[in-house]
Ligand binder design. Structure first.
Ligand SMILES: [Zn+2]
Length: 236
């Protein structure tokens, strides 16, 4: 658990089993997690860190999008959980699937999911998938919702994009920190679409930027460089 500001923290990601960054916001009255983590074990590790740092359990959890690594840990928390209506729709679909190791590899063989996903799940869950046990989020919102934690105000907004159409981003208005989730991860960018995405992200006027699968806190200058490096990779 590392500080982003004095009241905002991040749990570091691990690419061994695709554990994303988890954001933690410690308001005066309430606290909030951005993303639930990829398993009950991941959630357990987060709880251990919170206890170690004498931080309260989260009151709220906001899910960034429906990909397994961002929400499979949800059932391990007591907090009130929120996601967009689109995310709930996708999550419902996922709860109906077979997540046994054989079934996941089978979907990978058929090209329905990347082989990398099957391998990452193997790393997190092993062959025994007892830990995959779902709870649906408690509340949904359509376009945006603002949660006032006391001294910190988390504005969560639908962002969409080609990584996952249900993606949301979280902007904390007081300290001006933007949690992007996975919105910048895609191979399929076209120039005009990317320019629009970049403009939308910069439009928040954030001072710090955090992506879900990078162990990094970007300053404005560094984030501009990051956008520039993606822009250079776009060929058409
Ligand atoms: Zn994702």
């Amino acid at each position: 658990m590392i500080p982003v500001t004095s009241r905002i923290f991040m749990f570091e990601p691990s690419e061994y089993s695709r554990r994303p960054v988890i954001g933690y916001f410690e308001g005066e009255r309430r606290s909030l997690l951005f993303d639930a983590g990829n398993s009950h074990r991941h959630a357990g590790d987060i709880r251990v860190e919170l206890v170690k740092h004498r931080k309260p359990e989260p009151d709220f959890i906001v899910i960034s999008h429906h990909h397994w690594d961002h929400w499979f840990g949800l059932k391990a928390y007591k907090a009130v959980s929120l996601c967009s209506e689109k995310t709930l729709e996708e999550i419902r679909r996922q709860t109906a699937l077979d997540w046994s190791s054989d079934a996941v590899w089978d979907r990978a063989e058929k090209g329905l999911i990347p082989r990398e996903t099957a391998r990452m799940m193997e790393n997190e869950f092993g062959m025994k998938r007892k830990d995959i046990d779902f709870k649906l989020p408690d509340m949904t919102f359509r376009k945006k919702i603002t949660i006032d934690l006391g001294g910190l105000k988390c504005r969560v907004e639908s962002f969409g994009g080609s990584h996952a159409r249900d993606s949301v981003v979280l902007f904390e208005e007081t300290e001006k920190v933007l949690f992007l989730g996975d919105v910048l991860y895609t191979d399929g960018y076209k120039q005009p679409q990317f320019d629009k995405t970049a403009e939308k992200l910069l439009g928040y006027g954030a001072l710090l930027y955090i992506e879900s699968h990078a162990n990094k806190i970007y300053s404005n200058k560094q984030f501009l460089r990051r956008l520039e490096s993606i822009r250079r990779r776009i060929t058409s």
